[in-house]
Design a protein around this ligand. Structure first.
Ligand code: E4P
Length: 217
């Protein structure tokens, strides 16, 4: 299972990278705005800065919503750095753009996916990644994890190579549940990854080991 961090915050990206378990980064226009990164040129520069910090894939989202605009923007994003994956929204023109990029070997991440039908279309168009937003489904009392399971079943039935990128992960249990279902990738905040470290018995056990060691010294 690949671990992506879902942020545009360079310090958090560095911290996750230093753990040695980071496989990539996802961003979106809201995450950029949260870090105060606004304006076309600043956003492009920020993508390049992120690529310099990590070894894996970095999703960069198009703003255009028409196929011609998405192709123009996506081609420019892909040229920025070899690690860039062009992130395209799940709309009709988005599917056309994904197909265009897939035919030309440019990697894509189909974002804002909320149903298995949308995920099936994204795979048919040749998306590299599909991003079902599990947290946002949970927010509206719909089982986000069930969507991951449905997509896993459908992709396995036909051998689709599109990777399931569980997005909108909010906490550690989401990561574990996605791992059990067989999501290829998860993207979440640093806190969700660091949550995997924690167990009170580890802390108690370590304190006792150190206490006993110090008795003899
Ligand atoms: C995915 O790529 C999105 O950036 C992200 O996971 C959205 O998460 P949120 O629902 O917590 O905003």
């Amino acid at each position: 299972m690949k671990f992506f961090i879902d942020t545009a915050n360079l310090e958090q990206i560095k911290e996750a990278q230093s753990l040695g378990v980071l496989d990539g980064v996802t961003t979106n226009p809201s995450l950029m705005a949260k870090e105060g990164i606004t304006g076309h040129d600043n956003i492009l520069k920020h993508y390049v800065d992120i690529c310099a910090l990590v070894d894996g894939d970095v999703s960069a989202e198009v703003i255009a919503t028409d196929v011609a605009g998405m192709i123009k923007e996506g081609e420019a994003l892909a040229k920025l750095h070899e690690q860039i994956v062009v992130k395209i929204p799940m709309i009709k023109d988005g599917i056309k753009a994904i197909k265009y990029f897939s035919d030309r070997g440019i990697r894509t991440n189909c974002t804002l996916v909320f149903s298995s039908g949308q995920a099936l279309l994204a795979a048919k168009a040749g998306a590299t990644y599909v991003s079902p937003f599990i947290g946002r489904l949970d927010d509206i009392s719909t089982d986000g994890l069930n969507l991951i399971a449905e997509i896993r079943l459908i992709y396995d039935n036909y051998g689709f190579q599109t990777q399931i990128l569980a997005a909108s992960v909010r906490h550690t249990m989401h990561i574990l549940d996605c791992a059990k279902i067989g999501a290829d990738v998860m993207t979440g905040p640093l806190s969700s990854i660091e949550g995997l470290l924690k167990h009170p018995l580890t802390d108690i056990g370590l304190a006792k080991f150190l206490e006993d060691y110090n008795k003899g010294n």
